[in-house]
Write a protein that binds this ligand. Structure first.
Ligand SMILES: [Zn+2]
Ligand SMILES: [Zn+2]
Length: 142
């Protein structure tokens, strides 16, 4: 692995936010100013092919690939819709659900990914329900 590849992987490991390529580049370039965004893209795709990182697409206004240093089979995600905080968790009960499903439909499940969307503890306390951009505008006008 080249130095830049190592730096990109290390930066990804250090972040627990499942960054986009742009976000990761913004962090890694502080260590190596010569690093450019296309190198970050290329490296992430390579790491993905090698099975060292996985790509995630969460339900967010701007659909984009987010990179995850852990493999899909190992964990699931909770996403805070307000601050984009990600909580990773294990879901042992999912094994039973998968077995039931396999039995019922006579299929074999190879992987599963559960994503919960909501508000994290801090946002839940602060904001109450999340307002959409339109609702916020409306309440400011009235
Ligand atoms: Zn993850
Ligand atoms: Zn939050």
């Amino acid at each position: 692995m080249t130095t830049q590849r190592r730096l990109i992987l290390a930066s990804l490991d250090a972040l627990d936010t499942h960054p986009t390529a742009e976000e990761l580049h913004a962090i890694a370039v502080q260590q190596d100013p010569s690093l450019n965004l296309s190198t970050v893209y290329r490296t992430l795709r390579w790491l993905e092919q090698e099975g060292l990182v996985s790509t995630r697409r969460f339900d967010e206004p701007r659909r984009q690939d987010r990179f995850d240093p852990m493999l899909p089979s190992q964990h699931h995600h909770f996403i805070c819709k307000s601050c984009k905080n990600v909580i990773e968790f294990d879901l042992p009960a999912l094994g039973d659900i998968q077995q039931d499903f396999e039995h019922l439909h006579q299929v074999r499940i190879e992987s599963a990914s559960v994503v919960f969307y909501g508000l994290c503890t801090a946002c839940n306390r602060q904001n109450g329900p999340v307002e959409s951009e339109a609702e916020r505008e409306l309440s400011q006008r009235t």
